[in-house]
Design a protein around this ligand. Sequence first.
Ligand SMILES: *Cc1c(COP(=O)(O)O)cnc(C)c1O
Length: 403
Amino acid sequence: MTGPDSSAPVPPAPSPLPADRGAPSGDGFATRAIHAGQEPEAGTGAVVVPIYQTSTFAQDLPGETRAGYDYSRAGNPTRTALQEALASLEGVRHGTAFASGMAAADTVIRSVMRPGDHVIIPDDAYGGSFRLIDKVCVPWGISYTPVPLGDLDAVRAAVRPTTRLIWCETPTNPLLGIADIAGLAEIASAAGAKLVVDNTFATPYLQQPALLGADVVLHSTTKYLGGHSDVVGGALLTDDDELGESFGFLAKSVGAVAGPFDAWLTLRGIKTLAVRMDRHCDNAEAVVELLSEHPKVGRVYYPGLDAHPGSDMAAGQMFRYGGMVSFTVVGGQEAATKVCARTRLFTLAESLGGVESLIEHPGLMTHMSVAGTSLQVPADLVRLSVGIEDVQDLLADLSDALD
Ligand SMILES: *Cc1c(COP(=O)(O)O)cnc(C)c1O
């Protein structure tokens, strides 16, 4: 039997990553998605990073580990590979992978904010992020101001001496508003605050916020990065050594880390991110064309539309416009609900970013938690996560549901 050599080298322990590992190499994006942090394993030659499904690691002498790993909450080689791949795709040196996007969001807040501090959030923030700030952080002593982030003057006006964080989503969920990342980075830096960009909708394939000045990039890897609706995860990417260290410290101290199998599934998804995103964008563009001409559709929200208020900004900072499309249905909430119930291929479900197309009613589903607040979404709004099925089938399904 030729088992793995007990001295077989495994990927090095996380944080801080050596300066030359996470940084973008000369390789292109799709190449890094497949290879960054994912060298064939030296001991066995395994081409795919193994699932290191172990809680603990043998030591040769007390405190003397073989590859820097002692316990999987503190570090696990499969998670390290995912962290390196994600850092490379966002063009930064430090990556930390979490059990969910919300665990990543909580970690940013704990790293940067203390009771008495203030955060600026988008006025159409993701419902879960709004709930975290409004229901968890406010009782803890944090205050927040919702602002339309597309309006930099409004953001400047909302800055207080205690502002420590500007929370940006672009495109936003579900109205697909666009914020000027470089402009926000300038405001944050002048205020002595950090800028975090939730890049879940765009993915690093379409937009790389750190290269535009964001201090932290946040992902729900549950969505496009995982890409197959089979895993929940989150990540923080930063080029700031202090923040990178803080994220790693909090991950191991609080313990909301990505398990080995979840990290592995996410890594597998990332390998095809570039080809999937191209198809998501192609299909979304065709869906937008159909909806824009449909008599039962009121308004279509998509950053690639000239009529979209953020289209110029989006063209400047995004490669393409993604797979998310929202629209209003003539006839109000009842008509919108009916469309959601009548599609056959678009599955009525929360979440987004998987290969399969999904449809939902934000007001009654993902954005229930903002009902009655300034972040409330239109009652006649429908949100699509356009998948990578045959586009003619998707168009036929939507036409049938609208007729
Ligand atoms: C889903 C989502 C989150 C939360 O991520 P989870 O993995 O569900 O915890 C955060 N931000 C955005 C934009 C999301 O779509």
